[in-house]
Design a protein around this ligand. Structure first.
Ligand SMILES: [Zn+2]
Length: 415
């Protein structure tokens, strides 16, 4: 089989293994993820004997180069419930096909090349992201082994890791099986989950950073339920007006930040009044809403948060309302390696391959490796119909475009 045929064979077989109409189910430490893991390891064993499975069930297969330090290519094996076949899997298959390529051509690259199949990235199974990559790096908080319960079985992560055939006890001691000190780079090829590459017909996204976030999931604005006909403007305490003003002002602020080239997305949602009390002929006394703000810069996130609070204080005065933002949750942005970004930009320019330099709005395993201190990069593959749904579609042709770039940079000693 040539590389194109072999890639198709891998995607088709994993789809068969994990098919769950509509889409696929590769559940974290469940049947779908386990079968995928087994199948891919069997395939890898045709090209290398150096395959290690860690206590948390991640695999690392290495093809030896001239030196021990390795370029690790990988992504996650799990999927959303009834998700698409390409999210995560594309990065693992990319690593396998690269190893196949070097094995068949009998080329020894400068660095060793490793492919990593990572467990439990999606937070729909356990309410926590990056379980596998944190275990692989010895960064997993052991308390979570017992407190995290799988959303369908209600059983603990501890139980599921053991049931899948791995070792929760060793995980709880943060035992690491992989030779992390030899990880020179971590590269995660991944389908783009937004529409940019598809709309612009560009085959490659070179990712600058993975956005961090702050969120207020349970914000409210309190006003007063007052007669809509009888209450003049100055006496109103309308929470619908107050939250609408905030959304509008933050939207204008967002546009201004974009003009200053700040990386930023701001989303308001779950905007609703209280069904028990609201009615046609009242101003509204209560609005529930949530805010999700993401950026690849911690400074930008802090600045937006301060701006949000200031705007709220001024709107409270203007509308006689009171905002309560509730608990704030955060995630840290992760910057991709500047060195790797410029290497891939240079190589793509030289080969006249169109690329888009872009931030990743979604979270990915690469953020764990980057924040650990391993120079990391994500390469986005053009993909149709978004992601986390069964219609997600990446053609093998588009996959091969990014394969060419990654393989080329390794073979020609750019990395
Ligand atoms: Zn993913």
């Amino acid at each position: 089989m040539n590389n194109h045929q072999y890639t198709k064979y891998l995607f088709d077989n994993v789809k068969k293994i994990s098919f769950a109409n509509p889409g696929v189910i590769r559940d974290t430490y469940g049947i779908g993820e386990n079968l995928t893991h087994k199948f891919l390891i069997k395939e890898l064993s045709n090209f290398t004997k150096d395959i290690i499975i860690d206590f948390g069930g991640n695999f690392l297969a290495t093809y030896e180069g001239k030196i021990k330090k390795k370029v690790v290519v990988g992504s996650h094996l799990d999927s959303q419930k009834h998700g698409g076949n390409f999210d995560g899997l594309a990065g693992v298959i990319m690593g396998i096909v690269i190893i196949k390529y070097f094995h068949e051509k009998k080329i020894k690259p400068k660095y060793s090349i490793a492919v990593m199949g990572i467990r439990g990235e999606e937070s729909c199974w356990f309410p926590y992201s990056y379980i596998g990559s944190k275990i692989a790096l010895g960064q997993f908080d052991k308390k979570l082994l017992h407190t995290l319960k799988r959303s369908d079985t209600k059983k603990s992560l501890y139980y599921h890791i053991n049931k899948a055939g791995f070792n929760s006890n060793k995980v709880s001691k943060n035992k690491v099986n992989f030779d992390i000190s030899n990880f020179k780079y971590f590269i995660e090829p991944h389908i783009e989950q937004g529409p940019v590459l598809e709309k612009k017909k560009i085959p490659l996204g070179i990712v600058t950073g993975i956005r961090g976030s702050f969120r207020y999931r349970d914000a409210i604005c309190k006003g007063e339920y007052l007669h809509s006909g009888a209450t003049p403007f100055d006496y109103r305490k309308d929470s619908v007006v107050a939250v609408s003003m905030l959304i509008n002002e933050m939207n204008i602020f967002w546009q201004n930040q974009l003009k200053k080239n700040k990386d930023l997305v701001i989303t308001f949602g779950q905007f609703f009044t209280d069904q028990k009390e609201h009615s046609f002929a009242k101003s509204s006394g209560l609005v529930n809403f949530c805010i999700d703000v993401r950026s690849n810069s911690n400074n930008t996130l802090k600045f937006v948060n301060r701006t949000l609070i200031k705007k709220i204080q001024s709107i409270e005065k203007k509308t006689n309302t009171k905002f309560f933002l509730g608990k704030e949750t955060n995630s840290q942005p992760a910057l991709m390696s500047k060195k790797l970004i410029s290497i891939f930009q240079k190589y793509s320019k030289e080969k006249s391959i169109k690329f888009e330099t872009m931030a990743s709005g979604a979270g990915h395993d690469a953020s764990v490796f980057a924040n650990y201190g391993i120079p990391s990069l994500m390469l986005f593959i053009r993909n149709k119909n978004g992601s986390h749904n069964p219609k997600e579609y990446m053609s093998i042709k588009q996959f091969m475009e990014v394969f060419k770039v990654l393989c080329g940079t390794i073979e020609n000693n750019y990395i």
